[in-house]
Write a protein that binds this ligand. Structure first.
Ligand code: ZN
Length: 121
């Protein structure tokens, strides 16, 4: 049971759509586009792609935090990187399917408008 809870929490941490900011999150601005970025404290000192402009940005290390404090083995860090990359891919697929859906809806709207215009004659 406890394991399930933990798994869920990690999944939520990796969700790029999760808007909730935790106390432990690092909040900083992209130096290229100024977009406000939020990342889990464990990402301190890592290079991540900006969610807005896609450029590689270095996550600042909060004052008083030592990288050693993160206490993560390289395997754990890699796992997080892979999970992040997978989430980006998933998000892009979702964007694609939403775009397809949008154009379908726009077509349907055009048809409906034509029907309404016909009915008003
Ligand atoms: Zn940016």
């Amino acid at each position: 049971m406890a394991e399930d809870m933990q798994g869920k929490e990690i999944a939520e941490n990796n969700d790029p759509l999760a808007a909730e900011i935790r106390d432990t999150d690092i909040v900083f601005d992209c130096p290229y586009c100024g977009k406000s970025l939020v990342i889990d404290y464990r990402g301190a000192g890592l290079q991540i792609p900006c969610s807005d402009c896609g450029k590689s940005v270095l996550v600042p290390i909060p004052e008083g935090m030592e990288l050693n404090d993160l206490d993560l083995d390289p395997g754990e860090i890699l796992k997080q990187l892979f999970a992040t990359r997978k989430n980006f891919q998933k998000a892009e697929l979702e964007i694609q399917s939403l775009k397809t859906r949008l154009s379908q809806l726009q077509e349907a709207l055009t048809v409906m408008q034509a029907v309404v215009a016909e009915g008003l004659k």
